[in-house]
Design a protein around this ligand. Structure first.
Ligand code: NAP
Length: 301
């Protein structure tokens, strides 16, 4: 039987994205957007072997030209896309530059997801769900983040973030200011999209402290790896917020396939509504992030 619906998912080749791609394939064709062609082909095979449909699209989400080309390929498929999951994300300890010379974490977690969403939105079906995987690390008051000495999003401007510069007084842990700021920006953008575009539904998800993924895997700090990979799953208060890729996948799929029309909602790891930081809830801040992001993206020739 031909699937009547299609879902786009970025970063489906590992962790939460991999588990979600398998779950989503039960509901329609999954368009797998990732940077590694071999991993994409392997996943497509796994899905096809179950009698389900998947289409790979190679895309480096940190490169705005690659995002534009991927969006064109996706549109050309002419599938009825009822869901877009912006899941691809990184949390490297060492700063790096993207193809445009921008901070790699900010380009991957915020700019790429933002650009892909703006390119695809007009082509999604009425009432389609767009979901952004963000992180509660953006909130300096969030208990686990606070205990870890994280200081939340450190936004000065989109341009400054693209240069890899963050508001002073940030976290001592390498890479965390970039990660928290990028996640705060995409969460702010999700709320603006929800206000601006009432034809579609835009929501955000904090998946919880999810063990067994590759996030921060390249971190040079073995302690951070151990903390995120093992310790946080069992030690209170971290364990309260812990999840697994499979559990996250079910929760995210529920939101992506939901037809009740919810929009502008930020969900926690249990699928319950949660509050973001004071900063990210401020509509003026949200609008500034979006205006500055659009201006920055216009500089890509
Ligand atoms: N794990 C947690 O505790 C946690 C908590 C809060 C939020 N999150 C968020 O959840 C999302 C999924 O993370 P995860 O934990 O499942 O991590 P993961 O296992 O490292 O998966 C990340 C995915 O993103 C892809 N990706 C990274 N950079 C990319 C790029 N430039 N272009 C295209 N794809 C790219 C990766 O592709 P490759 O397979 O090619 O590397 C992979 O498929 C991320 O947005 C993360 O920030 C995770």
């Amino acid at each position: 039987m031909e699937n009547k619906k299609a879902y786009v998912i970025t970063g489906p080749t590992s962790g939460i994205g991999y588990a979600t791609a398998l779950e989503l394939a039960k509901y329609g064709t999954v368009i797998l957007v990732g940077r590694n062609p071999e991993k994409l082909d392997q996943l497509q095979k796994v899905i096809k072997d179950k009698g389900q449909n998947a289409v790979p699209v190679v895309c480096d989400i940190s490169d705005m030209k690659s995002v534009k080309s991927a969006a064109q390929q996706i549109i050309a498929l002419q599938l009825p896309i009822t869901g877009l999951l912006n899941n691809a994300g990184i949390m490297p300890a060492k700063p790096a530059k993207s193809a445009q010379g921008w901070d790699m974490t900010f380009a991957t977690n915020h700019l790429g997801a933002f650009a892909l969403t703006e390119a695809l939105a007009p082509h999604l079906t009425d009432g389609a769900n767009v979901v952004f995987i963000t992180s509660a690390i953006e909130d300096p008051e969030r208990k686990p983040a606070k205990i870890m000495g994280m200081k939340g999003g450190r936004y000065l401007s989109a341009e400054t973030s693209a240069r890899g510069e963050w508001k002073a007084g940030g976290s001592k842990m390498p890479g965390i200011d970039a990660y928290a700021t990028s996640k705060q920006c995409i969460l702010a953008a999700a709320m603006v999209f929800a206000r601006e575009d009432t034809r579609l539904h835009y929501n955000a998800v904090e998946p919880g402290i999810t063990r067994g993924t590759s996030l921060g895997g390249e971190s040079t700090n073995a302690f951070i790896r151990f903390l995120f990979g093992h310790l946080m799953a069992i030690i209170p208060p971290f364990s309260t917020y812990s999840s697994t890729p499979k559990r996250s996948a079910r929760m995210i799929t529920k939101i992506l396939t939901d037809e009740s029309g919810k929009t502008g909602v930020y969900f926690d790891e249990k699928g319950l509504q949660m509050l973001g930081s004071t900063q990210v809830r401020d509509p003026e801040f949200q609008d500034r992030v979006v205006a500055e992001t659009r201006a920055l993206l216009l500089t890509v020739k």
